[in-house]
Write a protein that binds this ligand. Structure first.
Ligand code: DLL
Length: 435
C-alpha cells in the first residue's frame, strides 16, 4: 500500500522541482539561523540563492558528526529551544552524545514518514504492532510508536528486554507486526522456541527490522523462524530517526528513500566526490522539511548503492541497497577490509552454524588476529568437539575464499555468546586495551 500516493509516486521531474524549492528554503533557514552553516557557506562563497537545481546541493559544505558534537548540545538548532518539543540523542561510544531536536511539525513529519514505512512494509489501519525497539533517547521506540498511531495501528510499547514476558504478550495480544532490531528478533525467536511456542502459528505476518546491518541470509532465517515477511528499515537520529528509507513488501529489494523529505547522494568516502547511481558510496543526506534540526549534506558514514530503477510497487523514490555497515565499523585485518555483515553472510550459509556470532580482534606482535566466535546448532554440538572443530575449519576456509581475510573460527555451545536486546555488539576489539 502506498500511503501518500501523490508524494510517493511523483514523476521524477515534479519530485525534483519540489526538492529544489524545499532545498532552497532549508538552506536559507540554515544560513540565517545556524552559525556553523553560515560560516561554512561563507568560507566556500556559497549563498542560498546559488541553489538553482538539485545538483547544486554539491555546492554546499558537508556536515560531519564532529561538527554536531562541537556544537553540543543545542548549537545546531534552527529554532529557539522554546519551540522544540522533543529531543533525542545518539549514544556516542565516547564523550558527549549528539543531541537532535524536533518542533511539533517535525514530530508530525516523522510520524508521517514512519506511517509510510509501516504501510510500505504491509501494515494497515487495524493491524497491531509489538514494538520492541528501545524507548528513550534512542529514536527507535518513539519513532515507530508515533508512526503506528498515525497509521491507525494498535501499538504495544514494550521496548527491549524481558524477553520471555514479550513472548507471553505476543501470544496474548496477537500482534500482526513486530518491530525491533534483527538481532533482537532472533533472540525472541530463540526464546519462543525454548518456551515451546511456535511463533509461526500466531497472527504475526511482518517484521520491520533495522537500526543495524543485517543480511539476506538473516532475512531468510528470520522469515522462516517467525513465519513472517521481514522488511528492512533505515534511518539515523541526525536525520530524523527511523523512517528515512524503507523496503516495500512487494519487492523487498532495496529501501525507498522518502525523497520528498530527504535529498540523498552517494559520495566517495575519501574525496567526497559524487558517485554515480549503481556504484557503492557513502550516503549523504540533506533534510528538506525539518525545522528544529535541519542538516545539510550529512555524512552518514553508511555505505550503500543508489538504484533509480522503477519498482514494481509503483513508488518513484530511489532505492538504496541494504547498508552493509558504517565506514567506521569496517575492520582492516592485515590489509583486508571486512564488514562484520560479510562474515555473517558466510556463517549463515553453513547449516550447522547458528546466527549467533561475535567477532574478536586481538594483536600479536604487529599482527591483527580475527577470531570469529559462532554458536553451533544443537545437533552439531551434540556430536562433540571434534565435529565442531571440523565445521569451524570449513567456515574458516570459506571466509578466506570469499572475503580474503584470515580468521580463526571457534564454534561455541548454545548460549555461550551474549544475546542482543537492541543493537547487537558484533565486534569486540581488544587491541586498544593491549597497547
Ligand atoms: O538506529 C534509527 C533507527 C531505529 C533505524 C530503528 C531503523 C530502525 P541511530 O541510533 O542514530 O538511529 O543509528 C543510525 O544505524 O547510521 C546505520 O549505521 C545504522 N542503521 C540504521 N538502520 C540500518 C539498517 C537508528 N536498516 C545508524 N541497516 C545508521 C544497516 C542501519 N544499518
Amino acid at each position: 500500500m502506498i500511503l501518500d500516493t501523490e508524494q510517493e509516486t511523483l514523476p521524477r521531474e515534479e519530485l525534483q522541482a519540489l526538492q529544489v524549492r524545499r532545498l532552497r528554503a532549508t538552506v536559507e533557514r540554515c544560513y540565517q539561523t545556524i552559525k556553523y552553516y553560515r560560516d561554512a557557506m561563507d568560507e566556500l562563497g556559497v549563498k542560498p540563492h546559488h541553489l538553482k537545481s538539485v545538483a547544486d546541493v554539491q555546492l554546499l559544505p558537508f556536515t560531519k558528526k564532529e561538527n554536531l558534537r562541537e556544537n553540543y548540545p543545542f548549537g545546531m538548532f534552527a529554532v529557539p529551544t522554546d519551540q522544540v518539543v522533543r529531543i533525542h540523542a545518539s549514544s556516542g561510544t565516547t564523550g558527549k552524545p549528539t543531541v537532535v531536536g524536533y518542533t511539533r511539525r517535525d514530530i508530525r513529519t516523522w510520524a508521517r514518514v514512519m506511517a509510510r514505512s509501516l504501510a510500505a512494509a504491509g501494515l494497515r489501519a487495524g493491524d497491531r504492532l509489538h514494538n520492541a525497539y528501545g524507548y528513550g533517547l534512542f529514536t527507535g521506540g518513539l519513532g515507530f510508536h508515533y508512526g503506528a498511531e498515525e497509521l491507525g495501528v494498535m501499538v504495544t510499547p514494550i521496548s527491549g528486554g524481558q524477553t520471555q514476558r514479550q513472548i507471553m504478550l505476543i501470544q496474548d495480544f496477537e500482534p500482526t507486526g513486530l518491530s525491533c532490531t534483527p538481532s533482537y528478533a532472533l533472540n525472541l525467536a530463540e526464546a519462543a522456541a525454548d518456551m515451546n511456542i511456535d511463533l509461526r502459528k500466531l497472527p504475526l505476518k511482518v517484521g520491520v527490522f533495522g537500526a543495524e546491518p543485517w543480511t539476506e541470509e538473516m532475512r531468510y532465517e528470520l522469515e522462516s523462524r517467525l513465519g513472517i515477511d521481514a522488511v528492512d528499515i533505515y534511518g539515523l537520529s541526525e536525520v530524523i530517526g527511523p523512517g528515512v528509507a524503507t523496503e516495500c513488501i512487494e519487492a523487498k529489494n532495496g529501501l525507498h528513500v522518502f525523497e520528498d523529505h530527504f535529498l540523498v547522494e552517494a559520495v566517495d568516502v575519501d574525496t567526497g566526490q559524487p558517485i554515480p547511481y549503481g556504484e557503492p558510496g557513502e550516503i549523504v543526506i540533506t533534510s528538506l522539511t525539518k525545522e528544529a534540526f535541519p542538516v545539510l549534506r550529512y555524512r552518514t558514514r553508511d555505505v550503500s548503492i543508489l538504484d533509480p530503477a522503477p519498482c514494481r510497487c509503483g513508488r518513484t523514490h530511489v532505492r538504496m541497497k541494504r547498508v552493509t555497515g558504517r565506514t567506521d565499523d569496517m575492520l582492516i585485518i592485515r590489509g583486508v577490509n571486512v564488514f562484520p555483515s560479510q562474515v555473517e553472510a558466510i556463517l549463515m550459509q553453513t547449516e550447522t552454524l547458528t546466527p549467533f556470532y561475535q567477532l574478536e580482534i586481538t594483536r600479536e606482535g604487529n599482527l591483527d588476529l580475527l577470531t570469529v566466535n559462532v554458536e553451533g546448532s544443537p545437533p552439531l554440538v551434540a556430536q562433540g568437539p571434534v565435529a565442531m572443530e571440523r565445521v569451524g575449519h570449513k567456515a574458516q576456509k570459506d571466509i578466506k575464499d570469499f572475503i580474503g581475510v584470515t580468521a580463526q573460527v571457534v564454534v561455541k555451545r548454545t548460549g555461550e555468546l551474549p544475546r542482543s536486546e537492541g543493537k547487537a555488539v558484533r565486534v569486540v576489539d581488544h587491541r586498544k586495551k593491549q597497547k
